[in-house]
Design a protein around this ligand. Structure first.
Ligand code: KG4
Length: 328
């Protein structure tokens, strides 16, 4: 079979990234221009500033991705941008650029759902992984248990009813004074602490999540007792959210009978969560988790998902719009 090269473009939040991937699995280049230092001083992503910086970066990042892959635009088979979910102004930059490229080189435009991209990060890390499997999707904007039935076929079994897990990590970090982005900082500090503090868990009959209660509990504990051991608080927070994740994936395993589990999204970089899921191997589960650098936003995962959409025959036209709350 002829090799297929997809050019992925990611601009849904604060990373401008362009990647070239061969046959959905092999990274030829994955250039990531992060805006974290720009947003750090505001304590979070400022949408308007993000859009402006994507505009400034996108041509440079694309040029670099082509150079690193030693390819020309003419060798690309499809242009595959993220078109949602995400910040609308940020998404529009990558999507508009992708439309212009696709038109200029006369190659198909194939839109990609950002969540589908996070799942696909596993296909790059594990060449042998194939659907069906269960995916625990945990990022700054989403927390879902997904039944991945096929490369382009998904069923959401459970989702958050309020905050995303990454949002809760970022909020906890902000309250205890660790700064933005909080997840990696909570991860680091928690390693120095012990999970000795009791925090509340919300349970639902189905596989839905709620993280606002635990987030508020951490905030209240810290406000009532500013001397509280921050490392212990972070360790307790991580332990409790991990227990919630494991409870819900256990329900999904019971419901579907599937014992292959993949993690996805920025929070799947968390060392405590990775360790806890690895321990499920002892109970007969097969566990997959993306390489650390593919957990957070990048265009290689988008180019991989784009390849599977392309092979499925998905084609978009130039009127494809950015959809901030796009669902799987
Ligand atoms: O997937 P991602 O890069 O962006 C979205 O698509 O939302 O996820 C970003 C989220 C942020 O909330 C960040 O704090 C969190 O992932 N994160 C982590 C870790 N690394 C990133 N959370 C916990 N532990 C980490 N090591």
């Amino acid at each position: 079979m002829e090799d297929i090269y997809t050019l992925g473009i990611e601009s849904s939040c604060d990373e401008t990234s362009v990647a070239i991937v061969k046959n959905g699995r092999e990274i030829l280049s994955n250039v990531i221009d992060t805006q974290i230092p720009i947003h750090e001083k505001y304590g979070g992503v400022v949408p308007e500033i993000a859009s402006r910086n994507h505009i400034e970066a996108i041509s440079r990042v694309t040029k670099k991705a082509l150079e690193e892959a030693k390819m020309t635009l003419e060798q690309i088979d499809a242009v595959t941008p993220t078109y949602g979910p995400g910040l609308v102004g940020a998404l529009l930059v990558g999507l508009s650029y992708a439309k212009a490229l696709s038109f200029a080189i006369n190659k198909p435009l194939v839109g990609v759902n950002h969540i589908q991209g996070h799942i696909a990060a596993n296909y790059i890390t594990y060449k042998e992984l194939e659907p069906p499997f269960l995916c625990v999707m945990m990022s700054g904007g989403n927390t879902q248990i997904i039944h991945v039935k096929d490369y382009t076929e998904f069923e959401v079994l459970g989702k958050t009813r309020d905050d995303a897990i990454g949002e809760a990590f970022d909020k906890v970090a902000r309250v205890v004074g660790l700064g933005y982005p909080g997840g990696p900082k909570v991860d680091k500090l928690a390693q120095e602490g012990k999970p000795t503090i009791d925090l509340p868990k919300t349970h639902f009959e189905n596989m839905d999540f709620s993280f606002s209660g635990i987030k508020t509990a951490v905030i209240n504990l810290h406000h009532k007792n500013p001397e509280i051991n921050k490392a212990d608080l972070c360790a307790s927070f991580e332990k409790t959210v991990t227990e919630i994740l494991i409870e819900n994936i256990s329900k999904a395993i019971k419901l579907t009978g599937i014992k292959t589990i993949a993690l996805a999204g920025g929070v799947s970089a968390n060392s405590y969560i990775r360790k806890a899921f690895m321990e499920l191997k002892q109970k007969g589960m097969e566990i997959y988790m993306p390489d650390l650098k593919l957990c957070t936003d990048n265009a290689a995962m988008i180019a991989s998902a784009g390849y599977y959409n392309y092979m499925q025959g998905k084609r978009d036209t130039l009127d494809l719009n950015a959809i901030p709350n796009l669902k799987l």
